[in-house]
Ligand binder design. Structure first.
Ligand SMILES: [Ca+2]
Ligand SMILES: [Ca+2]
Length: 114
């Protein structure tokens, strides 16, 4: 068992060409965070999100919403990227992953605790 604790997400490049982004994060198939009005250069604090517990590994996906977000039906939105986070990162300190796709780039910072 491991715990994924998110720290922050930074938008380096927006996905939407006009206006701001509405990014959302999916961990283990569930939306755990979403935001509106995100612009390039912004960094958002994620420390209030409850930790996600997982065995062995969990999938972390980042999308940019165009319209309503329906649980389990994420493919209609713009996928920025996905990573698999494994328990091997336990005790390795603060980690960051870059999600880049569909013209966007975001960096997610997190810890994996035992
Ligand atoms: Ca979009
Ligand atoms: Ca959008």
């Amino acid at each position: 068992m491991a715990r994924l604790r998110l720290v922050k997400i930074t938008c380096k490049d927006e996905q939407d060409w006009i206006g701001s982004d509405e990014p959302f994060l999916v961990v283990g198939g569930q939306v755990i965070w979403r935001a509106e009005g995100v612009d390039a250069g912004e960094s958002l604090n994620l420390e209030s999100i409850p930790e996600s517990r997982f065995f062995a590994s969990t999938k972390v996906e980042l999308y940019e919403a165009d319209g309503e977000v329906e649980e389990g039906n994420y493919a209609v939105h713009d996928k920025i990227g996905e990573w698999t986070v494994s328990e091997q990162l336990v005790g390795k300190g603060e980690q960051s992953l870059t999600f880049a796709g569909n013209g966007a780039e975001y960096v997610l910072t997190f810890f994996v605790f035992p």
